[in-house]
Every structure is written in C-alpha cells, then in structure tokens.
Ligand binder design. Structure first.
Ligand code: ZN
Length: 100
C-alpha cells in the first residue's frame, strides 16, 4: 500500500493519521458494529471518504445536518424541573403537616 489517496475535497495528500483511519474504516466495512465505534471520517453511501484533517474539520463545522439538541442543556432543564417539583412537594408537605 504505497500510493496514498488524495483528499476528495482539496486533492492534497492525506496526513498519515487520516490515511490510516481511511484504511482501517475501509477494512472494517463488513463489521458495522466495530466501524460505528471507530468511525471518524465522513461517509458517502456508507463508505468512508478520504479527506484531510483540514477538510474534515471544515465538513464537521459546516451545519449540514439539523443542529443536535444540546444534551447538557436538556439535562439541566430536566434536572431543574425535577428539583422544582421536589421542592414544591416538600414545601406543600411541610405546610400541610405543620397545619395538622
Ligand atoms: Zn482536504
């Protein structure tokens, strides 16, 4: 394996790390579970696309897909909701018990 594939975006030679990822991901196309865990390169028609690091960063920073919900924000608001309900319950509880 001497000839390196060029980047599909800018046609520059891939960095050794990107080349290695491409080879490993291509090698594991028949092993989707493993591939899903190691996959870092963008895919086209289910196949890894050889791109250099610069292009990959550019692709990843381009909002091509709908924005993912922020997991931390969702978690915080749901936690706040839980705590709010809990403290309200406690307040009501102590209020009711103090009156009886
Ligand atoms: Zn490139």
């Amino acid at each position: 394996m001497t000839d390196l594939c060029p980047c599909v975006c800018c046609n520059n030679p891939l960095e050794p790390a990107q080349q290695f990822r491409f080879l490993v991901e291509t090698d594991n196309l028949g092993n989707p579970a493993f591939l899903a865990r190691i996959r870092t390169l963008p895919t086209r028609n289910g196949k890894p696309v050889p791109v250099c690091k610069a292009c990959q960063t550019r692709i990843e920073s381009t909002p091509a897909k709908p924005a993912r919900p922020q997991p931390t924000q969702a978690l915080t608001s749901s936690l706040l909701g839980v705590f709010g309900a809990l403290s309200l319950g406690l307040l009501l509880g102590s209020f009711l018990t103090s009156r009886s």
